[in-house]
Design a protein around this ligand. Sequence first.
Ligand SMILES: [Mg+2]
Ligand SMILES: [Zn+2]
Length: 243
Amino acid sequence: MPGKQLVVFDFDWSFVDQDTDRFVLEVLSTKLRRKLQTIKSGGSQCTPDVVAECMIDLANDGFTKEQVLDALRVLPLHPAMKRAVTELQKRSPDTTFICLSNSNEIYIDTILKHHGLTDLFTNIITNPAHWDTSSPNTLLVGRLIPKDSPNQHTCQVGCLVNMCKGDELEKWLALNGGLEAFEKVVYVGDGGNDFCPLLRMRKQDVCLVRKGYELEGRIKSEAQEKGLKAEVVYWSAAWEIDE
Ligand SMILES: [Mg+2]
Ligand SMILES: [Zn+2]
């Protein structure tokens, strides 16, 4: 009888085949998609802050909540990824799935609901978001660690100011029996900010790293120096995760 297993999913470009923040703007407004690009390439802007600004502009330009939700409903989630997780759930009911993402609650909930996967993740750790009660077409996006919180993280691995995925994984583990409670941890990721949590994993754990994205580069240049212990397996397409 195999022991308990934990599967940690990053969301953008890992669980889904797109970047949620960019995709919504690509579907609705080229002008705001460009704005997102321009601010982000300008430097170390915190992602949810930039998205929050663009979502206010989007509502001011006349786009509605329903249009935003529709864009999320057509965002590609590969059928093979869906099969991979639902089959794994059936095959090994002792697997716990959690999601660790720099997207936001509304985006992730809308997509999971659309695909009938609301019950997949035990916990979704991401940035808070809600529709503004006084302006119902405006999505207000916040930071997981608010700007004024006394509990800012002190990560030195290069995580964005709003979220250290390594700390968040450790906090979750501390509340769920610790690493020792799981025989194996599998992390599916692609982004530069997925590097930090991988450093908290053990030799018997596995990182499923998407080829051609930032995480691959960080592993190749920093894994040795930072002491990455877990096994690294590269993948390109969702069917390989199913395998
Ligand atoms: Mg990602
Ligand atoms: Zn970190």
